[in-house]
Write a protein that binds this ligand. Sequence first.
Ligand code: PLP
Length: 404
Amino acid sequence: MYRLNSNLTTKHMYIPMSSPDLNEVDRQAVMDVLRTSELSQGDKTVAFEQAFQKLTAAKHAIAVSSGTAGLHLCVRAAGIHTGDLVITTPFSFVASSNVLLYENAIPVFVDIDKDTGNLDPALMEEAIHDLIQGGKKVQRWIPRKGAEHKRDLKALLPVDVFGQPADYEVIQAMAKAHELTIIEDSCEALGSTYKHKPAGTFGELGVFAFYPNKQITTGEGGVIITSRDDLADYIRALRNQGRSPGDTWLQHTHLGYNYRIDEMSAALGAAQMQRLDELVSNRQKVAAWYTERLSQTARVRSPFVSPETTRMSWFVYVVQLDPAIDRDALARNLEAHGVPVRPYFLPIHLQPYMVERFGYREGDYPVTEEIGRCGLALPFSGIMTELQVDYVCSVIREELKDSH
Ligand SMILES: *Cc1c(COP(=O)(O)O)cnc(C)c1O
């Protein structure tokens, strides 16, 4: 049992965990599609893809039905097969690892930097060296079980966590030295930049996602970017039931999927992309309100933004609590005051199906586990008002006043 803090003086409000930022132009764009009969594979998809070519200067942008579908196609396009090893992070949304499991590849988890939450570059270098040298040192990196048919290290799959790009200077140098493909999971980082270059552009393949809590939304959707013609052709075919250019509707060169986006979603996405700068600066404004107000609260640490992150597009606002704070009790009390919060992330290696398949245990990735134990996502969107941020921060302050 817990009790509401009876000292709470602030007037009660209800704050949503996240909200899409939609305007009348966005809504009209969807309605306009519904007045045509072109509901799939039409001009809106092309326009949406062009917005990504323009943003990233990538040669190809390929819109798909979700970020997860996009990552899965990247894994296929990179030629990742059964037993191939791929270095990735256990501190992410599960999709970044799941797409490897879909192809029976083996994720090699590397622990994270405690400040950014991204792959620790020094540890990643160690992992790459050990895996390439072979021998006994390999055992340190591969799972206890489920890796009996392991093959060689094939690719790196970094995640730009919470909107902050990973350390690409190191990642790109390692990839180049060892001929590894980089698949950048930029599903949380649309609009961010690393050393003034857009997130999503640091590998052969990059992926964005548009679930309603992301920087832009299409309801469900994703985009893959690449500058490699061969990968783009193959991905376009796989997206469309394996049809290569020249195939008819019932000819399928490859084993493919229906990972197409529909025209209503693409139209919404194209309209949202026209406002990307505005959407990102709204998120930056809300994040700055939080950071300013929370700077007074010693036991709550605001997110760290690395100097290399030259623009942060803020997917979520995740604070680190003092480990002495009972996070679950705090979360219940905040929710009771109309402030929903979420623990972020439950580490991927400790999800039940991962434990069962690979035999992971608590303690395997200590930084991920610690950051995951103390991380709390606060309500966040680009349309939050200053009053709402004030309310959330004052409820947090008052709740922490008499907790130990
Ligand atoms: C949102 C997200 C995805 C993709 O999600 P979908 O819901 O499939 O669009 C992938 N990776 C990360 C890290 C994400 O946050």
